[in-house]
Ligand binder design. Structure first.
Ligand SMILES: Nc1ncnc2c1ncn2[C@@H]1O[C@H](COP(=O)(O)OP(=O)(O)OP(=O)(O)O)[C@@H](O)[C@H]1O
Ligand SMILES: [Mg+2]
Length: 470
């Protein structure tokens, strides 16, 4: 669809020549005075306006102002006689996108119009993306209703819009980064950058320049000035992920920055002041690192101001059904697939498992299940075997501990599982299975007889005829 350009000019000659120049590419609407211009602006929603500054009996600048307040996203280009360039500059101050002096050059006109429309498209894309980001990090994206999560929500609300340094602790995959983003996007800094730095992934020799930037020639390979994360985060939030992995040297530099809120780029002399909110995260226990001299005590006190600790998923199992459904619908929606249910048994299994990888592991398991699920329901069959063996163990352990099963029986069950697993993994080649278990073949055979494990008829490894049907 052609973009619409509204021309507001009292001179018929100008209107005609603008129309002739623009018509092949755009749909051109015309108005002869301010009143008519505003009416068409409101009714026909043009993408761009070309507006004469000086029209007898009407005021171009006034019209510009009305248009800007009606819809500031529509670019307005002022048309001006050379004499009134000064007015055009005034117009730019009110918000005109550009101006064009009459008599205008056809190429220049085309270029200015195209450029203003391109800028407008970019701006609207940025607005859209920003809204998407805000939406995706709004509170309701943190899923979970357990008391522990409720406490996290209330703490986020309390500290989000402050400058307080926040330390987020929790095992890997518990949602530390998500909480950090929730803090940022619920603060008045939300329109400013959220810059993350993973302190564990960068070697100590590079991290100072990564944090504070460097000047050209600061070291071999520093071909140009480069801004560090601290400077890029100005006005916004700097997220120091895995802060417990920072080397001692960098810790000293970070401490200085936290105290002074100023720094110098590597190889530079100028002191730079920034306004940055710090959020740090770690899956280590910082208190334990301090006496071992792996984390500076003074830095620890600087960072350990407001602490949000996210409990592991196994300690808030009531969140598992909500999280599972959340990941399921999120993924299906992204793939444009119809909704799926999770069967009762499958949900029980998900809720029972101990999730060493926490929420991230749950998200992966759900994503994998979707790949295999072709029906209307996610069942046990779509869940990885690790979940099943694991929970059988916990089940077994519970039965043994509650006296339902004797110790001997429980141990036998466990042994049977290990042997069956080793046999499956080695394609029932007993020599290999025995090696895997660290026992002799003879011993394996003896145990198998004891436990009543029979060898399948075919001892061969799966051949091409066993290729599963996709
Ligand atoms: N409460 C939650 N609601 C919805 N999604 C969550 C929640 N917690 C975690 N997630 C999701 O789980 C995944 C892991 O979360 P995140 O990266 O924030 O964890 P992390 O604690 O930073 O992990 P790591 O220590 O490994 O860096 C992400 O995809 C995140 O969106
Ligand atoms: Mg993380």
């Amino acid at each position: 669809m052609k973009k619409r350009v509204l021309v507001v000019d009292d001179e018929p000659g100008i209107r005609a020549s603008l129309q002739m120049t623009l018509e092949p590419t755009y749909e051109v609407l015309c108005a002869t005075n301010a009143q008519e211009g505003l009416a068409r602006f409101r009714q026909e929603l043009p993408n761009l306006v070309l507006l004469d500054v000086l029209m007898p009996g009407s005021d171009g600048l006034g019209l510009l102002q009305s248009m800007r307040s009606e819809d500031p996203t529509v670019p307005v280009i002022m048309l001006t006689a050379v004499k009134t360039v000064k007015t055009a500059v005034e117009a730019m101050k009110i918000g005109a996108a550009d101006y064009l002096a009459k008599p205008f050059d056809v190429e220049e006109l085309r270029m200015i119009v195209a450029k203003a429309l391109a800028t407008q498209a970019l701006e609207s894309e940025v607005r859209y993306l920003r809204a998407q980001v805000l939406k995706s990090y709004a509170f309701h994206n943190l899923v979970g209703k357990s008391p522990a999560m409720q406490e996290i929500y209330s703490k986020i609300e309390q500290v989000a819009d402050t400058r307080t340094t926040v330390l987020i602790t929790g095992e890997s995959g518990t949602g530390k980064e998500l909480v950090a983003r929730a803090l940022h996007y619920n603060s008045s800094r939300q329109e400013r950058p959220f810059i993350a730095l993973n302190c564990a992934s960068i070697p100590e020799t590079l991290i100072e320049s990564e944090l504070f930037g460097h000047e050209k020639g600061a070291f071999t390979g520093a071909l140009a000035r480069r801004l560090g994360k601290v400077e890029l985060a100005h006005g916004g939030t700097l997220f120091l992920d895995e802060v417990g992995d920072l080397g001692m040297l960098t810790q000293a530099k970070l401490l200085r920055f936290l105290q002074e809120r100023e720094f110098t780029r590597v190889g530079g002399t100028q002191t730079i002041k920034v306004d940055v909110r710090i959020i740090a995260a770690t899956n280590k226990i910082l208190e334990d690192l301090v006496p071992r001299k792996e984390f500076r005590e003074d830095l620890y006190y600087r960072i350990n101001v407001a602490v949000l600790s996210i409990p592991p998923l196994r300690d808030r199992r009531e969140d598992i059904p909500y999280l599972s459904k959340h990941f399921l619908s999120k993924r299906l929606e992204a793939e444009g697939r119809p909704p799926l249910e999770i069967s009762k048994e499958a949900m029980e299994l998900l809720t029972r498992y101990h999730w060493p990888g926490n929420v991230r592991e749950l998200e992966n398991v759900i994503e994998q299940a979707i790949v295999w699920c072709r029906g209307t329901e996610v069942t046990m069959d779509h869940l990885p075997t690790t979940l099943k063996t694991e929970s059988r163990h916990t089940g077994l352990r519970q039965s043994a501990l509650s006296g339902q099963v004797s110790l001997e029986k429980a141990v036998q069950e466990f042994e049977r599982e290990l042997i069956l697993d080793a046999l499956t993994r080695t394609g029932h080649v007993q020599t290999h299975a025995a090696a895997l278990l660290g026992i002799t073949r003879r011993m394996l055979k003896y145990r198998m007889d004891m436990l009543g494990i029979k060898c399948p008829d075919t001892q061969a490894a799966p051949g091409p005829k066993d290729v599963p049907s996709a």
